[in-house]
Design a protein around this ligand. Structure first.
Ligand SMILES: [Zn+2]
Length: 283
């Protein structure tokens, strides 16, 4: 897919699993298991699919996956699996290396979105995974991540983002932001404070929305199907209704970060609510 100056590519960074109940909040299992079947530990299949925007000059990565710094114990809890996909492998398939990335837009700083931003070298020193990139995150998300609550602190690992600030590679964005002519960063607050979605649009009839954790999988298209992880679920509900209306009315493409089976969809609205009209991939 091409939008404006940018060619868009899906960059699979890995697979993992999360508790199905936590992923669907108050929705009963007999409803969500139709779209998202669970394993013997009640976990559903997830992926960490990043998005690459390539204008030739600029190579922008949206989110960086889980990365390789988690302990074996935590990797086991989430069944983190790089045997099918890894960020470097996916970039190599596009003839790119980490060094080629000019910008990294982080939707938020949960470990499954920002973990691949840094790594430990052979001497155990923390390094930026994209040495030539400027990183971007919402200022209020960064501040939240430095001081999360007991309810969400398990999702934040400071080694994923604090070093970037120390290296002076992190740019803190304040609110809705026109990143360039084709890219707009849209903050939403239901999942965590100031997560930013990435809207890529030619201003005419071609728009893609990287919804991050506002709509993590195709199973989350119905407005009330909201994750138990969300800090402010009623805010998520309002944000989903607002954006799903815009998505369906203007025929935007939704790009899923966490759905291993569905990359992109178009959304319709009928008397029963929002539904998937069409499924496809970027390539
Ligand atoms: Zn996530």
């Amino acid at each position: 897919m091409k939008i404006g100056d940018y060619k868009l590519h899906s960059v699979q960074t890995g697979l993992f699993k999360l508790d199905g109940g936590a992923m669907f909040g108050v929705v009963p299992k007999n409803l969500w298991q139709k779209t998202n079947p669970s394993d013997d530990q009640n976990r559903i299949d997830m992926c960490t699919r990043a998005l690459l925007l390539d204008s030739g000059k600029r190579k922008i990565l949206v989110d960086t996956g889980i990365g390789y710094k988690l302990s074996d114990k935590i990797n086991r809890i989430y069944d983190v699996d790089f045997s099918h996909y890894a960020l470097e492998k996916s970039l190599a398939a596009l003839n790119l290396k980490n060094e080629d990335i000019t910008d990294v837009i982080l939707t938020h700083l949960h470990f499954d979105h920002a973990g691949g931003s840094t790594y430990y070298d052979e001497e155990g020193k923390i390094k930026s995974a994209f040495p030539n990139a400027a990183y971007f995150v919402q200022k209020k998300q960064y501040e939240w991540a430095l001081n999360p609550t007991e309810r969400d602190r398990a999702s934040f690992f400071p080694e994923n983002y604090k070093p970037l600030q120390e290296f002076k590679m992190l740019n803190l964005i304040d609110g809705e932001h026109e990143f360039d002519k084709f890219i707009t960063l849209l903050p939403v607050n239901g999942h965590t404070s100031h997560m930013q979605m990435v809207k890529v649009s030619d201003g005419e009839n071609n728009t893609l929305l990287f919804t991050a954790d506002l709509i993590p999988t195709a199973g989350h298209i119905p407005a009330p199907f909201i994750m138990g992880y969300d800090l402010f679920p009623l805010t998520t509900l309002e944000e989903k209704k607002k954006y799903l209306k815009e998505i369906s009315e203007n025929d935007w493409t939704v790009f899923f970060e966490h759905d291993p089976y569905n990359e992109c969809v178009k959304v319709g609205l009928n008397e029963r609510g929002f539904y998937i009209k069409d499924k496809f991939t970027l390539e």
